[in-house]
Design a protein around this ligand. Structure first.
Ligand code: AHR
Length: 511
């Protein structure tokens, strides 16, 4: 990987020193900077709990307002986010999903037991057409996760043909089912977590299966596929090494999953936590950086030209399920802490933008770190939703390197949380956008932004914070967490002076 251009000097010191002003040098004249792939702001939707049924899809006959079966409120919220890519149908579900069960008249589709997630019985009313039409409505790329664990090579090959061929038997079947033109499908995942729920395979065995399945994922009528191999979880560097060695350039992308799980038997409450637990969560979230570094170093040694993308196609917080909800449905609330995790993680992805080409937060609705939660007719936008909204200017922008020195809070022997985290990019409209995170629960942060080239004339910003770090938005009451205009930045002779409130996330647009 190319040198990481953000130089972050750190010093360990007491919390009181966190209030010192910080000089942030913005190298806005730097050249040869990578594009921050817009797909880094991608999403993931699995047949799990009420992510699909109830979250995205209610069916045309529902009394919940909908457009052709898709919830109107969720559709509008996701359109406003301009989501670039949506992964489906799993997750673990993908390796038990047989796509033919989800096409044709809905009344004739077989029911199935979702054995991964609570044994819920599903009627397959949301299938290939419903998913790909949703992506078209949202204007996003579909990312199909194919079944390697319990599906055949032929099944996957025919699925690709059904979705993307203009002519031939699969295209005819699709046309009979009401879709004349093929869809455009770029991303195809060849299995998911093949070391675990996707088949409990050894990496050497999976690598050979990948080669076999991927061979028959054909490109029809100019549809170019981007084939993604099932990757490692967290610290499994051996998996990445075997993939690079045995698959190499036969894959376009290799996935990685990273969650902030404390421990599997006690993940902690999503809403009830103290300051120590808050910082611990941020420390675990930030540990994605050394994890990425090691996976990337391995990829670099086999692929120095960086042709193969690293796709963090599942990431986010994973807490205990909310009391009273169905076990196995992974429903959790979402506080300002989740927004902090999201923002800090975006900064890490930006730092490795030359290798990290996609990331998909888990998951889009009602599961884990969702951007929307629904209950019957109601919907709330979570703090994580607002973090995604705040970072929209960085999607597809060119990274701008920064230099600053910050202090750090030690949360464990190996984990630290910086007093300030910053990232910057230049959008195609020429605007310079800088996002700043002050994770401290008590102290505000003062800083000065100095530019190599820009003579700043105007600064505007938006702020995401709340009274308490445990605040969240819930049904039937006024929202506690949302975006407001930011008044704490001004252009001065020194550059742009900023006062960041405690526990805040800000994006500034500077001209
Ligand atoms: O996102 C929930 C689950 O986490 C996914 O189904 C699986 O891939 C991962 O273990």
């Amino acid at each position: 990987m190319k040198r990481v251009l953000l130089t972050l000097s750190v010093a360990l010191c007491s919390v009181s020193a966190w209030a010192q002003p910080t000089l942030v040098r913005v190298h806005d004249a730097a050249t040869n900077q990578p594009t921050i792939s817009k797909e880094i702001y991608g999403h993931f939707s699995e047949h799990l709990g009420t992510c699909i049924y109830g979250g995205l899809w209610v069916g045309e006959a529902s009394s919940i307002p909908n457009v052709e079966g898709y919830r109107t409120d969720v559709l509008e919220a996701l359109k406003a986010l301009e989501i670039p890519v949506l992964r489906w149908p799993g997750g673990c579900f993908a390796d038990e999903y047989h796509w033919r069960d989800g096409i044709g008249p809905r009344s004739e589709r077989p029911v199935m037991v979702n054995s991964n997630w609570g044994g819920t019985v599903e009627d397959n009313s949301f299938g290939t057409h419903e998913f790909l039409n949703l992506c078209e409505k949202l204007g996003c790329e579909p990312y199909i996760s194919g079944n390697v664990g319990s599906g055949s090579v032929e099944e996957m090959a025919k699925w690709v043909e059904y979705m993307t061929a203009e002519n031939g038997p699969m295209a005819e079947l699709r046309k009979q089912n009401g879709r004349e033109k093929p869809w455009k499908v770029k991303y195809i995942g060849v299995g998911n977590e093949s070391w675990g729920c996707g088949g409990s395979m050894r990496p050497e065995y999976y690598a050979d299966l990948y080669r076999r399945y991927a061979t028959y994922c054909r490109e029809f009528n100019g549809n170019r596929l981007y084939k993604v191999a099932s990757g490692a979880s967290d610290y499994d560097y051996n998996w990445t090494e075997v993939m690079m060695k045995q698959i190499g350039r036969r894959m376009h992308g290799l996935s990685l999953h990273y969650y902030t799980i404390r421990n599997w038997s006690d993940k902690g409450s999503a809403t009830e936590f103290d300051a120590a637990e808050y910082y611990r969560t941020l420390g675990k979230a930030l540990e994605i950086e050394p994890v990425l570094q090691r996976h990337i170093a391995l990829m670099d040694s086999y692929d120095p030209e960086q042709r193969i993308g690293l796709l963090v196609d599942e990431w986010g917080t994973w807490f205990d399920e909310e009391p009273g909800t169905i076990r196995g449905h992974l429903y959790q609330q979402n506080t300002l802490r989740d927004a902090m995790v999201a923002a800090l993680t975006f900064h890490v992805f930006h730092r490795y933008a030359d290798r990290v080409r996609m990331a998909n937060i888990a998951q889009i609705a009602n599961v884990l770190q969702s951007v929307v939660l629904t209950r019957g007719e109601e919907m709330v936008l979570t703090p994580t939703y607002h973090a995604f909204y705040l970072y929209k200017p960085h999607m597809g922008a060119t990274r701008v390197p920064l230099d600053y020195t910050t202090t750090e809070r030690e949360v464990s022997k190996t984990r630290r949380v910086p007093a300030l985290s910053a990232t910057a990019s230049r959008a195609t409209d020429g605007s310079l956008n800088i996002s700043l995170v002050n994770p401290d629960l008590e102290q505000e942060q003062r800083l000065v932004l100095q530019f190599d080239a820009l003579q700043a004339r105007e600064v505007q910003g938006a702020l995401l914070t709340a009274d308490k770090i445990t605040d969240y938005n819930d049904f039937g009451r006024e929202n506690k967490v949302g975006l407001v205009p930011f008044k704490g930045a001004k252009v001065t002779a020194k550059g742009v002076e900023v006062t960041l409130p405690a526990k805040s996330i800000v994006t500034l647009s500077i001209r």
